[in-house]
Write a protein that binds this ligand. Sequence first.
Ligand code: PLP
Length: 366
Amino acid sequence: MEISVRDVIRDFSAYVPGKSIEEIRQTYGLKRIIKLASNENALGVSPLVQEVLARRISDVFRYARAASPRLCQKLAEKLRVLPEQIVVGNGSDEIIDLLLRVVPTPGRDNVVMFRPSFSMYELQAKLCGVDIRKVPLEADFHFSFAKMKEQIDENTRLVFVTSPDNPSGYACLACALADFAASLPPKCLLVVDQAYVDFCEPCCDFDMVRFLEKSENIVILRTFSKAYGLAGLRLGYGIMPPMLAEYLLRVKLPFSVNLLAEEAGLAALDDEEFLQKSLSLCKQERTRVSERLRELGAAVFPSQANFCMFRPSVAAKRVNEELLLRGVIIRPLLSGYDLGEYLRVTFGTVEENDFFLHCCEEIFHG
Ligand SMILES: *Cc1c(COP(=O)(O)O)cnc(C)c1O
């Protein structure tokens, strides 16, 4: 029997994630693997979150409450917005998917994004049958809003910007993004993906939240996957106008955020000590790893995130393969980003970074 599916599905290629520890352990027969590929938290999971998860495990025979109202309330207080402005999702990926399914009309409307950018925007737009327009980043990976404006017309419904950006680590000032939002046509929303904003220095110059009050066309995406160390539990959220939040909640699968994820999110917000430790380790290692890579002859892009992008003096493909042989997984940027000369490394613990840098020394000069 021939399985009949939509045309878009027949030549759809799945999201390519970073390689897993298990995969590399099996392929290379190694005992010790260091994973610096997916921008996960170097310190793992907060001890407070672990305690709460262990305590609540016996409750998982129950359904969670739809729309995670306790977490919305707590986030709203912390961010000084209304709970009605928050939509919690199964990772911020789910919010990206919801926005693309709810806002643009397939066959008529378009969405605009930079090239390269986080591949989820394009993948879900394609699935929805929404026209995609891409604007190249500048040579130094900065944003040109003038070029972006050239692609925006009266049918543009969503403009995606990642700040701090992945994979470059570049962050755009919040006031510049707010000015750009103000210049957009009436029905166009600016979606600012701030998955890495906690790592910015100083964070207040880049955090978009304070501009929500004045601007009615801004959506901010946040996640618990990075600074809060909950990537595997899947928890993220969007902050948006209440009317849009209501539309998203109409179609969101009611229990996409599971009971443990909500509990973990609540506990993670209480563990300020773990967050501060994670952020200060990242900032310390960002400076140290970037400087050392430069000393070793790589071109390193200044980063405001928990990773950096670099162009090694020898072929990136070889560097990646040699690192894998030594048990270090980083992110080659050919697939998904089309940046074959570049690599992205997440900042790990001091020991992990020391080992990574030691390997780089061998590979670059070997
Ligand atoms: C990691 C990341 C996210 C977070 O995705 P989750 O679904 O919340 O895990 C979102 N946007 C970008 C650009 C990212 O790099």
